[in-house]
Ligand binder design. Structure first.
Ligand code: NAI
Ligand code: MG
Length: 354
């Protein structure tokens, strides 16, 4: 039975890089009779908002719940306020579909020279960010507004259940990928209630995984270690805010936004998971053919992996690395003068040769 995939290209460079991801799915479809997909493109973007006054139809989430996975481009348009595009499209999907794991690989692909490191330093780890609670809550408020005594309270919600689920996911992931170590980002020396609970729960889960080492680092020190010894991590587990910040740092370590993929996962597979590049709609280069499609193509590989085909996901990433190593068609962010579709073509051609 074919996998049903919802495609949300979005705005700006979103549809441009999505076209290249669709080429990859087409190659898989043509070559592997056991991996069949039904693809529907849903035009829910800023244009749709300007016509309909909403980012998606009223029954949008019900429509999406029928799919096995969602492949997302990027959203954002100067004619629509950012809080609307994000809070009325991406956030409802993450929340409704209980995508409480945000997974971001930090891997120095073959063929990418970063200014910071030599190629001998092998950077290959994942950040597993708690995606549903933590510091990003709407609990809190402001008092004495406009007066000298004004104050704001922003509550962090760390729950035993939520932390247990993300910690288990991290340890399971380490075991599955032959990782030796899980690094937990914390700040329990200063944030004494929420982060203490986080530490206790993570340590409790670690006991069930004697084969995997638990390393606990304070977030400030950990940020420095990311720069000083990025080759020593396997799996990094972090709360919502810490994970958000570490992800961008990780992305910068290995070549930048044009390369960085992400997955919003509902591990129970009760609902569809969503795969998207870390970058936004990049209005400054939209329409110029300069967008790097690799982040979108790699996100597609994460989706294929989630759908049970790790073998095909590896082939996609290998194809990306081959094209990068040859270095003949690179987009401007990688120092070349190739276009979005030339780079996408090169990768899908490589894939079809495999
Ligand atoms: P951005 O990620 O769109 O762009 C930041 C910089 O990176 C720009 O210079 C851009 O040209 C470059 N860049 C991004 N993706 C690239 C790619 N694939 N290839 C080459 N260069 C690339 O972030 P920015 O400018 O802060 O936001 C633009 C819009 O995107 C805003 O409306 C924002 O709200 C939205 N946004 C949406 C996200 C999403 O859909 N999940 C995530 C981040 C931002
Ligand atoms: Mg972020």
């Amino acid at each position: 039975k074919p996998m049903k995939i919802a495609i949300l290209p979005g705005d700006g460079i979103g549809p441009e890089v999505m076209n290249e991801a669709l080429k990859i799915l087409r190659v898989l479809q043509d070559q592997d009779v056991s991996f069949q997909t039904t693809i529907n493109i849903l035009p829910w973007n800023s244009e749709y908002y300007l016509e309909n006054g909403r980012m998606m139809p009223e029954n949008g989430l019900a429509i999406l719940s029928d799919y096995d996975a969602i492949l997302f481009g990027a959203i954002g348009d100067e004619r629509v306020p950012d809080p609307i595009t994000i809070w009325e499209l991406i956030m409802p999907i993450r929340k409704k579909f209980k995508q409480y794991v945000n997974l971001r690989p930090v891997k120095n692909l073959n063929g990418i020279q970063t200014p910071l490191f030599n190629q001998d330093q092998h950077i290959d780890f994942v950040i597993i960010r708690e995606n549903a609670e933590g510091e990003y809550s709407n609990s809190g408020g402001r008092l004495y507004e406009g007066t000298q005594d004004e104050l704001a309270v922003q509550n962090t919600i760390i729950t035993r259940k939520g932390t247990e689920k993300i910690a288990k996911y991290a340890f399971e992931y380490a075991r599955k990928t032959a990782g030796r170590k899980v690094t937990s980002a914390t700040k329990s020396n200063a944030v004494i209630h929420s982060m203490k609970l986080w530490d206790e729960v993570v340590a409790g889960v670690a006991k069930e995984y004697p084969d995997i080492q638990l390393e606990k680092n304070y977030i400030d020190a950990l940020s420095a270690y990311f720069v000083q010894r990025p080759d020593t991590f396997d799996v990094v587990v972090a709360s919502n805010l810490f994970g958000d910040i570490l992800s961008d740092l990780g992305s910068a370590l290995v070549g930048g936004l044009g390369l960085s993929p992400s997955a919003n996962i509902n591990p129970e597979k009760e609902y569809p998971s969503m795969f998207e590049p870390v970058h936004g709609s990049a209005p400054n280069i939209a329409g110029t053919g300069k967008a790097n499609p690799i982040a979108q193509i790699w996100s597609t590989a994460l989706m294929v992996e989630h759908l049970g085909r790790e073998d095909l996901a590896t082939l996609i990433v290998n194809s990306i690395e081959d094209v990068l190593s040859e270095g003949e068609v690179l987009t401007p962010d990688l120092g070349g003068n190739g276009s979005t579709f030339q780079l996408g073509d090169a990768i899908s051609n490589k894939l079809s040769e495999r």
